[in-house]
Design a protein around this ligand. Structure first.
Ligand SMILES: *Cc1c(COP(=O)(O)O)cnc(C)c1O
Length: 462
């Protein structure tokens, strides 16, 4: 299987090349040339298997010849060994017909660990074999960065530089990025919003001289291997509720459109997903675009669910590519228009998107009220992102089709919002209870490409 760029002008790559590259050289994102369909009997056979075995069976067809089966099994086993729950992604019930998929039992307490822990092991295995080194740069609204630093710290062939928006991540998120002491990981606190951090990362990838000099690699949610890792828990949870014999729906708290895109891939693979609900906070560009076709960013308004405070949603490009009949030129044109202010999705493409997704938004008040109500009714504490999902899911419940809402972070990662809503300050799990006592190491940088590139060149260890 090959990987092709959403803008049609970059060379086709293998899985391994696409994973190591991240962003395509034409500015596009890599997607598989075709999505393998899993026969219904094979989906049924996933019932009751350990998470790791489902992960192997779901992801294997996408890898081509990159790893042997034994190598890939070992990579998966290493990736999930550090999780704090043996089920990896346990399902709990909130209400009749409404379930919560807890994706926060990894080392940094957010769903990003599912992809990042795997990608760390994939990179390590691949680079060990080739003898190459890479420099990973990433932008984060908080959770990607902590997950990446945790997954790559101390690995031999990798240096990691993470840009996060100064003062706009939670203290737990910041400390998870700034307290690891390994010399190959660097947290950079940048003036600006997440979208600014993401823009500088894109600039570095488009600076080909720099890109080649430091052997740049990306692990943001644009990296195909990350999307792939997230496809797995759609299968484990749907099968637990009776798929493929019974349909299920999912609601996904969304920012960069990575997690929801993984659900879209799961459905393309044959998982009988009835409805895929996109849930946004007050930064609702995706909700507005799906309703009207108008994609015009209008500035980020900081919210209590900061990992979704996004106006430029990278992975949306992947689904636009399909909605435009895989016409890379059309996608490139839209992205040019976006640089100039925004774009309008064509009528045909919008119809296609509306057939695939429904959407909703939760205001700040609704998010807090949902945290409070769910605590009162079930005892479950939700992080604010998960609460956005639960609120929007409640607006889309359908008798007869179970709804699974993705719980994307542990409540202790966002204790202020949870405490404000419920009066309860959720404690960190015991395995990271000393986070607030560890020393921090962080570099403050301006929103300036040259300054950031200079810092990176001066601090790589190879
Ligand atoms: C990253 C993140 C999201 C948004 O996920 P996308 O894949 O970017 O849509 C939601 N909630 C939490 C806690 C996150 O860390």
């Amino acid at each position: 299987m090959n990987y092709i760029s959403t803008r049609g002008q970059a060379p086709d790559l293998t899985f391994e090349q696409a994973m190591l590259t991240g962003l395509a050289r034409d500015g596009g994102l890599y997607v598989p040339s075709e999505v393998p369909v899993m026969p219904q009997a094979e989906i049924a056979a996933l019932a009751g298997l350990p998470y790791e075995e489902v992960a192997f069976r779901v992801m294997r067809p996408f890898l081509g010849e990159t790893f042997t089966d034994d190598e890939f099994r070992e990579i998966i086993a290493n990736a999930y060994a550090g999780f704090g729950h043996d089920a990896r992604a346990p399902l709990v019930q909130l209400d009749s017909g409404h379930f919560l998929l807890e994706l926060f039992h990894g080392p940094t307490l957010a769903f990003k660990d599912f992809a990042m822990q795997l990608i760390g092991q994939l990179f390590e295995a691949s680079l060990k074999r080739s003898g190459d080194r890479v420099t990973i740069v990433g932008a984060t609204s908080g959770d990607t960065g902590s997950a990446a630093i945790e997954a790559f710290k101390g690995l031999d062939a990798v240096d990691v530089f993470i840009l996060f928006p100064h003062g706009r991540v939670s203290e737990v998120q910041r400390r998870q990025m700034t307290t690891p002491s390994e010399a190959n990981v660097h947290a950079l606190s940048m003036t600006g919003h997440f979208d600014d951090c993401q823009a500088r990362v894109k600039d570095m990838f488009n600076d080909f001289a720099f890109r080649d000099e430091v052997r740049l690699a990306g692990v943001n949610s644009i990296n195909w291997a990350r999307v792939l890792a997230q496809v797995v828990y759609y299968f484990t949870s749907a099968v637990a509720l009776g798929a493929p014999h019974r349909k299920v729906s999912f609601t996904v708290p969304t920012g960069n459109f990575g997690d929801i895109f993984a659900g879209y891939i799961a459905r393309k693979m044959g998982l009988p997903i009835d409805t895929l609900v996109v849930a946004t906070n007050q930064n609702d560009i995706l909700h507005r675009c799906l309703a009207t076709g108008d994609y015009t960013p209008d500035g980020v308004i900081p919210s209590i669910s900061p990992s979704m405070d996004i106006q430029v949603s990278s992975n949306f490009e992947r689904v636009l590519f399909d909605a435009y009949g895989r016409d890379g030129m059309a996608v490139a044109q839209l992205m040019d228009e976006l640089k100039a202010g925004g774009f309008k999705v064509s009528q045909g493409a919008l119809q296609h998107l509306q057939d695939l997704f429904v959407s909703g938004r939760a205001s700040e008040e609704e998010t807090s009220a949902t945290i409070k109500a769910i605590r009162a009714r079930t005892g479950q504490l939700l992080c604010p992102h998960s609460a956005v999902g639960v609120k929007v899911a409640q607006d889309h419940l359908d008798q007869g089709v179970p709804m699974i809402t993705l719980a994307t972070a542990h409540p202790a990662k966002f204790p202020d919002a949870v405490e404000a809503a419920t009066g309860i300050r959720p404690p960190l799990p015991p395995r990271m209870a000393d986070l607030f006592d560890r020393d921090e190491r962080v570099t403050k940088v301006e929103n300036d490409l040259a300054e950031i590139e200079h810092f990176i060149c001066g601090n790589i260890t190879n």
